[in-house]
Design a protein. Structure first.
Lengths: 310, 317
C-alpha cells in the first residue's frame, strides 16, 4: 500500500512540475507584453515596470525565480491590479468557487445515485425510462445553455430566484442546478448499470432468501458495490465541474476563481494566469490522487500493488 | 419396360441415371451456403437497425451533415451580411429561423455553425484515433519496459486538466479553428490510447496471433492486420463519445469568447450573441443554436449507446 501511495505521489509531483513548466513556456512565448495595451509609450517606464516584475532577466533566471515562488506558495503581485497579490485574488475567489463546487458535487452525487437506484429497481418500467430520459437530456444539454434557460424561465419570467451574484442560499440554486445536471446524469446512468449487474448476483439472492427487507438489501449489500464505479469517475467529474464553473461563474456573475482566471487571460496578467493555473491544476491533481487512494482502500478486491495497467 | 419397383431388389447397377437429378446445376452451386454468412460488421448493423433510438440519432446526424454541406447553398442569404433594417425578425416564410441582432439570417448561420461544429468534432476524433491507435498499439503489443514508460507518460498527461491546456494554447496561438483542434487533441488522445492498449494486450495472447508469429509475420503487419481490426468496436464507440465532447468544447470556448469569434458563425458564438436577446423576448436567436447543440450531442450519445450494444458480440441474442 505504501509503495502504491509513494508511486502515485511521485507521478503527482511530476505532473505538477510539467504543468508549471508548460505554463511558464507558454506564457513567455505569448506575443505581446502586458504593458503594451495601456499605451505606455514611455520606454523608461516600461523598462522599469519590466524590471519590477523580473521580466528583464534571462529566461532561465525567470524560470527558477518562478519555481521558487511556486514552492513557497507565493505567486507574487498582479500586474494589472495594483496593490493586489495573486494570493489575494485566490484567497477571495477560491472559497466562493469551492462552495459552489462542493454544493454541486453533493447535489449531483445524491440525486444521481437516487435516480440510478430507482431506475434499476424498476428496470424497464416507467420510472426507469423517465430517469434515463432525464439522464440522456442532462448529458446532452450543455451547462451554459441550461444556465441561460434557467435564468430566462425561473429568474426573469417567473422571478422565483435572483438572476445573478452570490449572496444568499437562494442565489445558489440556479448555478448549482445548471452545474450539477450533467454530472448527475452521468452518475445516474453509471449507478443504474452497476446496480442492475449487482442485483443479479448470488449474494443478493442469498440476502433475499434470508428474509431481509428490500431496503436493507439495497443499502447494506447492493449499494456498497454499486458505488465503486462512481468513485472511479469522481476525479473526472470533479475536473468537469471545475471547468464548468468557469462559464457558470461568468453567466451568473459569481466572483469566484473562474472569473479572475478569464479576466487575467483577457488582460494578459501573467502572474495571475500562472498562479491560477498552477493552483487549479494542483488542486485537481491532489483530488485525483485522493480518489485513487480512496479507491484502493475501499475496494478490497483491488490489489494496490498489482502490476501496472490492468 | 419398368425396372423392378421393389426396393429390396435394387441393385446399384440397374438403377438408371434418369432417376437422379441435380438439385442445383452442379456440385459447386450445391455447396454454397444458402444464407449469406454474417460478418461481424453485418451482424452489428443488423442489431443496430433494430435499435430505434440509435437509428433516429444516426438519421439526424446524416441529415445534419447534409444540411451543413448544402444548407448555406440553398439559402438565398449570406451568413455574415448584416441588414440592420431587419433586426430580430421572428421566424417567417422569408427567414425560416428568424434574424438575429444584426439582421443576419439565423437559418443560414445555423448551418454554417454546423459546418464548424462537425468539422471540429470529426477532426479532433480523427487525430485522437490516429495517435491513440499508434501509441496504444505499440504500448500494448510491446509490453514490458516500453509499455511502462509509455503508460507513465499517459498517466502524467491524464492529470493535466484539458481546459487549461486549451486556454493557454488559445492565448498563445490566438483563437482560430486549428488552434482549437490542436488544443483539444494535445491531451485528448490519451483516452483512446488507453482503450486501444487494453484491447491489444488482451488480443495479442490469442492463438491466431501466435500462429501468425510462427509464420514469421513482421510486427507492424501483425498489429495492422491481426490486432487492429478486432479492436475497431471499442474504438468506434469511443469515437462517438469524442466527437460530441469536442463539439461541446468548441461551443463552450466560443461561448466564453476564446474560440471562434463573432461575426463568424458557430453555435457557441450564436448562443453567446443572443444572450441579451432572449431577455427581450427574441427567443429564436438562442433556441436554434441551443437546440442543434443539444440535439447533436443527444444523437451522438444514443448512437454511441446503440453501437456499444451492437458491436459487443457477447450481447448477441
Amino acid at each position: 500500500m505504501l509503495k502504491y501511495i509513494l508511486k502515485k505521489l511521485l507521478i503527482m509531483v511530476l505532473t505538477l512540475w510539467i504543468i508549471i513548466t508548460l505554463t511558464f513556456v507558454l506564457m513567455v512565448s505569448v506575443p505581446g507584453s502586458p504593458f503594451n495595451s495601456e499605451g505606455n509609450s514611455n520606454e523608461i517606464v516600461q523598462q522599469n515596470l519590466e524590471k519590477h516584475y523580473n521580466l528583464d532577466k534571462p529566461l532561465h533566471v525567470q524560470y527558477f525565480l518562478y519555481l521558487k515562488s511556486v514552492a513557497t506558495l507565493d505567486f507574487g503581485p498582479s500586474i494589472k491590479q495594483p496593490n493586489q497579490t495573486v494570493n489575494d485574488l485566490l484567497g477571495r475567489g477560491f472559497p466562493i468557487s469551492a462552495e459552489l463546487g462542493l454544493v454541486t458535487i453533493i447535489v449531483a452525487v445524491l440525486s444521481g445515485i437516487i435516480l440510478g437506484i430507482l431506475a434499476a429497481l424498476r428496470h424497464n418500467g416507467v420510472i426507469d425510462y423517465l430517469a434515463m430520459g432525464i439522464a440522456v437530456l442532462g448529458i446532452s444539454i450543455p451547462n451554459f445553455i441550461l444556465a441561460t434557460l434557467l435564468i430566462q424561465k425561473l429568474a426573469v419570467d417567473w422571478e422565483f430566484f435572483p438572476v445573478a451574484t452570490w449572496k444568499s442560499p437562494m442565489h445558489m440554486v440556479l448555478p448549482v442546478l445548471a452545474l450539477a445536471t450533467g454530472p448527475m446524469a452521468i452518475i445516474a446512468r453509471l449507478t443504474r448499470s452497476t446496480m442492475l449487474e449487482v442485483l443479479t448476483q448470488d449474494y443478493i439472492k442469498m440476502a433475499r432468501a434470508k428474509g431481509l427487507t428490500p431496503w436493507k438489501i439495497i443499502v447494506k449489500h447492493a449499494l456498497r458495490n454499486a458505488l465503486m464505479p462512481v468513485i472511479t469517475i469522481m476525479g473526472t467529474l470533479l475536473a468537469g465541474i471545475m471547468t464548468g464553473s468557469f462559464v457558470i461563474e461568468q453567466i451568473f456573475a459569481i466572483p469566484g476563481m473562474g472569473k479572475y482566471f478569464v479576466e487575467s487571460i483577457n488582460h494578459r496578467d501573467f502572474p495571475v494566469i500562472m498562479g491560477t493555473t498552477v493552483f487549479y491544476s494542483a488542486f485537481l491533481i491532489v483530488m485525483l490522487f485522493l480518489v485513487d487512494i480512496a479507491y484502493g482502500i475501499l475496494d478490497p478486491r483491488i490489489k494496490v500493488t498489482k502490476k501496472e495497467g490492468e | 419396360m419398368k425396372p423392378n419397383q421393389n426396393p429390396q431388389n435394387y441393385n446399384r447397377n440397374n438403377v438408371p441415371d434418369e432417376w437422379f437429378t441435380w438439385r442445383k446445376k452442379n456440385i459447386k452451386e450445391q455447396e454454397l451456403v444458402a444464407r449469406p454468412s454474417l460478418s461481424y460488421w453485418k451482424d452489428a448493423w443488423r442489431r443496430l437497425r433494430k435499435n430505434f433510438l440509435a437509428m433516429s440519432g444516426l438519421v439526424f446526424l446524416i441529415l445534419l451533415v447534409l444540411m451543413a454541406i448544402f444548407g448555406p447553398i440553398l439559402s438565398p442569404y449570406d451568413a455574415n451580411t448584416q441588414v440592420l433594417s431587419k433586426q430580430y425578425q421572428p421566424p417567417s416564410a422569408e427567414h425560416w429561423f428568424g434574424t438575429d441582432n444584426a439582421g443576419r439570417d439565423v437559418f443560414t448561420r445555423t448551418w454554417y455553425g454546423a459546418r464548424i461544429s462537425l468539422f471540429v468534432g470529426f477532426m479532433a476524433a480523427l487525430i485522437d484515433v490516429t495517435i491513440g491507435i499508434i501509441w496504444g498499439g505499440i504500448s500494448g503489443y510491446k509490453g514490458g519496459r516500453t509499455d511502462n514508460v509509455m503508460m507513465r507518460i499517459i498517466e502524467i498527461l491524464y492529470g493535466i486538466p484539458y481546459l487549461l491546456v486549451v486556454i493557454l494554447l488559445l492565448v498563445v496561438l490566438g483563437p482560430s479553428l486549428s488552434t482549437i483542434i490542436i488544443a483539444l487533441t494535445v491531451t485528448g488522445w490519451v483516452g483512446m490510447a488507453r482503450i486501444v492498449r487494453g484491447q491489444v494486450m488482451q488480443i495479442k495472447n490469442y492463438e491466431y496471433v501466435l500462429a501468425s508469429k510462427s509464420f514469421g509475420t513482421k510486427t507492424p503487419r501483425i498489429i495492422r492486420r491481426g490486432l487492429l481490426p478486432n479492436t475497431m468496436g471499442p474504438i468506434i464507440v469511443q469515437m462517438t463519445l469524442t466527437v460530441p465532447s469536442a463539439i461541446f468544447a468548441e461551443a463552450f470556448l466560443s461561448f466564453i469568447g476564446l474560440g471562434i469569434s463573432s461575426p463568424n458563425a458557430s453555435w457557441g458564438v450564436m448562443a453567446n450573441d443572443s444572450l441579451g436577446a432572449i431577455l427581450s423576448g427574441n427567443w429564436w436567436t438562442l433556441f436554434f443554436p441551443a437546440f442543434f447543440i443539444s440535439f447533436t450531442m443527444f444523437a451522438f450519445n444514443v448512437l454511441g449507446d446503440g453501437l456499444q450494444d451492437a458491436l459487443d458480440p457477447k450481447l448477441r441474442k
